[in-house]
Design a protein around this ligand. Structure first.
Ligand SMILES: [Zn+2]
Length: 484
């Protein structure tokens, strides 16, 4: 039997700044360990923090991009615990007055795993956010048998914690949510959100119950999820584990489990009974922040979000919502599309189709990104103009494009001509049409008795006679004028 699944995520995301949260040490990745440290980020006695304005502004910017509000005053708190990754013995974070409150993340349908895309249970899903607070990242520890090595380069890196409401119901939704959030943060320039570099990490809270009317099951927190696909695997495992327990009448104890991605299983870390008491209290070293003036400074820096851009494309170019969202998902792709669609002789819908179904495929085969395309958007536009004016058929345009990818300096019309794709001599085409009509009396009779669709069949015959060089649009016109 299947159960109702309730999932909330806590996403930790490194803010893109040059220096750390409370000191002037450089933020770095993969540099020689312990080379970016100072008394502040090493927690030496007497060292005092200095706020990084950029980290606060970027967190507020993330909040604006995600429709969050902000309390008038935001403050800093100490979360006390003893662990080598935080030598001060407390983490500076925000408890009750975070920088951002509320908000939501639109989950883009194209971000679902491929096998789910055809049958998305809740298309257009929006996941509500509870809050975004800013804190400092801890050092990176690596455990080697009985000893651990520790790198303080990461200690003190600004870290946003984005907390969702429990609005997610499956591993596929969590997957698509994280990809959509990553996209929005990256495009806003708030974070590089690279999971490989540990810039985006995630804890999952998950519970299951039999039916809507039942109270929520006890919450299990999963930690140590280092990739979006690991999040998916961990959730699937956990749903299965908890379902088996529920069926056997075993109740979950509220607890924290660690995901082991190599073994594909979660292991108990601690239960509610031995949970930490962090003894939060307001940080005496840092003044509260008045968010108003900072928000005023940040508001002009907001950028068009992928879903706003998609909506604009849908309205301006009359393309499908799905195509619009794919085109809008990536800034270089969006830029290419807009340049292409700026060609007034080419309808936006046709530009979108050609870009998504032809050019992107050819570029993928060559492992070339759209912003490195040898064929510029302007040139693709000229090529599509030839299709619009009836000088080229679509499949011929594809062949011309292939040639242009090899020799990008050439002009589309000139390449088309050199390849023999030019409007055939009208007399020759008429002869081919007559030939096709004569050879297919049965089809001709059907066309003349009203089955006009069969004209396409005759067009195909003429195309064969012309060895693919004729223009199908032109051929169809001649055939219609002869038969109808
Ligand atoms: Zn430092």
């Amino acid at each position: 039997m299947s159960f109702l699944v309730t999932i909330g995520l806590e996403v930790h995301c490194q803010v893109k700044t040059n220096t750390k949260m409370f000191c002037a040490c450089e933020t770095s990745f993969a540099d020689e360990p312990n080379t970016h440290t100072c008394p502040v980020c090493l927690g030496l006695p007497g060292a005092l923090p200095v706020l990084n304005r950029h980290a606060i502004e970027k967190t507020l910017l993330a909040g604006l991009q995600l429709d969050c509000g902000s309390p008038e005053v935001s403050k800093w708190d100490r979360k006390n615990y003893f662990y080598p990754d935080m030598p001060k013995n407390y983490q500076t974070t925000q408890l009750d007055l975070p920088l951002c409150l509320g908000g939501e993340v639109p989950v883009y349908d194209f971000n679902y795993p491929t096998e789910v895309k055809k049958n998305i249970p809740r298309p257009g899903l929006k996941v509500r956010l509870n809050r975004i607070h800013l804190e400092e990242d801890v050092a990176k520890s690596t455990h080697l048998g009985s000893s651990s090595i520790i790198d303080y380069n990461r200690a003190g890196t600004p870290l946003m914690e984005i907390v969702t409401e429990p609005d997610i119901e499956s591993s596929a939704e969590a997957f698509a949510f994280l990809r959509s959030l990553q996209m929005i943060l990256q495009q806003a320039g708030v974070s590089d959100a690279d999971m490989e570099k540990g810039q985006l990490r995630c804890d999952v809270n998950i519970s299951i119950r039999r039916r809507e009317s039942d109270p929520y099951g006890n919450r299990i927190e999963l930690k140590n999820l280092n990739s979006i696909s690991a999040v998916r695997r961990a959730i699937d495992y956990e749903i299965e584990r908890q379902s088996e327990d529920l069926e056997a009448g075993v109740e979950q104890i509220q607890s924290t489990r660690r995901w082991d991605d190599d073994r594909g299983e979660s292991q108990l870390l601690r239960t509610k009974e031995d949970a930490h008491d962090y003894r939060y209290f307001p940080c005496p070293d840092l003044l509260p922040i008045h968010t108003g003036p900072l928000l005023d400074a940040v508001r002009p820096l907001t950028t068009e979000r992928p879903h706003d851009r998609a909506e604009r494309y849908e309205n301006d170019y009359r393309i499908t919502a799905y195509d619009a969202s794919v085109l809008a998902s990536d800034v270089p792709l969006a830029t290419y599309f807009e340049t292409l669609a700026a060609n007034e002789k080419v309808p936006g819908k046709k530009a979108a189709n050609f870009l998504l179904n032809v050019l992107l495929g050819l570029l993928n085969e060559r492992e070339t990104a759209i912003d490195a395309s040898p064929v510029s958007a302007e040139k693709t536009g000229s090529l599509l103009e030839l299709v619009e004016s009836g000088q080229l058929a679509l499949n011929q345009a594809k062949e011309v494009l292939l040639k242009l990818l090899e020799e990008p300096g050439r002009d589309p019309a000139e390449v088309a001509k050199a390849m023999g794709f030019e409007p055939a001599d009208a007399g020759e085409l008429e002869a081919f049409c007559d030939q096709a009509i004569e050879a297919n009396p049965k089809q001709v009779a059907e066309i003349q008795s009203g089955n006009e669709k069969l004209v396409n069949f005759l067009t195909g015959q003429v195309m064969k006679l012309s060895k693919g060089k004729a223009n199908p649009k032109q051929v169809t016109e001649i055939l219609r004028s002869k038969l109808l």
